[in-house]
Design a protein around this ligand. Structure first.
Ligand code: 6PG
Length: 252
């Protein structure tokens, strides 16, 4: 892959507008070719503004052509306040009737997480028409980064970091005392395009380690996202970028 592009915006609003514009452009381009577009969405707080923008009138997205998936899910029922699906439903799906039928939910409330992971892998394979001997190749994966450097539900020092065969796996996160379901590195790294969205001063030190520090992916799992034949872009706000050497004097 080529070197990651790093784009710095004054604040989360600017960053969210830029990602929404990219999302709209990519999906429209695909629709003009008469093809579907596949995108995996993160949970957490950072993308909520983006999903709100995509649901509004400012950006035109051909939703009937867009297949939506989850990057990861917490092991709670869909109506729980910590559910990533719940957040995506509230911010986007409930406001865009055309998007809801093409959303594929991770059923992480299941008592059999291994089966839930296998089932989700099958859904992805079917919808993306992935050949059996290849990794699923999403057109776009939207990722966040936690203050500890995790991304998706790939947390520092957890078993899923070494998953080499499955596309979706349960992951026990000891420091949270809970399981998650998550896409794995091979799938993240097979995507056509991966966009990280990072906002806020509390992530500045970790962002510097991830982007400018020595390779330590066990400690900073976001470092291991390196699409092999795809494009990697970091959309960050000025507060998160404040400790980057390469940020000095730059903005998008
Ligand atoms: C989740 C995620 C996770 C998230 C980061 C950043 O389930 O929380 O999908 O990987 O992207 O934790 O979260 P914030 O945007 O809330 O800081």
């Amino acid at each position: 892959m080529s070197e990651p592009a790093i784009r710095i915006f004054p604040n989360l609003d600017g960053l969210s507008h830029a990602v929404a514009a990219r999302f709209a452009e990519l999906t429209r381009q695909r629709a003009r070719e008469g093809k579907n577009f596949s995108v995996a969405l993160s949970g957490g707080e950072t993308p909520q503004a983006l999903y709100g923008l995509l649901a509004g009138k400012e950006f035109s997205v051909p939703w009937e052509r867009v297949h939506l998936f989850q990057v990861d899910e917490r092991c709670v029922p869909p109506d729980h306040q910590e559910s990533n699906y719940g957040m995506i439903r509230e911010a986007l799906l409930s406001r865009v009737p055309a998007a809801a039928p093409n959303f594929h939910r991770m059923e992480a409330e299941s008592s059999d997480l291994e089966k839930a992971a296998r089932d989700y892998q099958e859904v992805v394979a079917r919808e993306l028409a992935s050949p059996k001997d290849q990794w699923a190749r999403f057109d776009l994966i939207l990722l966040g980064m936690g203050p500890d450097g995790h991304t998706a539900s790939l947390f520092p020092g957890t078993p899923a970091l070494s998953e080499k065969s499955r596309w979706v796996t349960p992951n026990f996160v000891a420091k949270l005392g809970t399981h998650r379901l998550t896409l794995t590195y091979p799938v993240l790294n097979a995507a056509v395009e991966v966009i990280f969205m990072v906002s806020g001063a509390r992530k500045a030190g970790t962002l510097r380690e991830v982007l400018e520090g020595p390779p330590r992916p066990e400690q900073f799992p976001s470092q291991a996202v390196r699409p092999e034949d795809g494009r990697l872009e970091w959309y960050v706000d000025a507060a998160a970028a404040s400790l980057l050497k390469q940020a000095a004097g730059r903005s998008a």
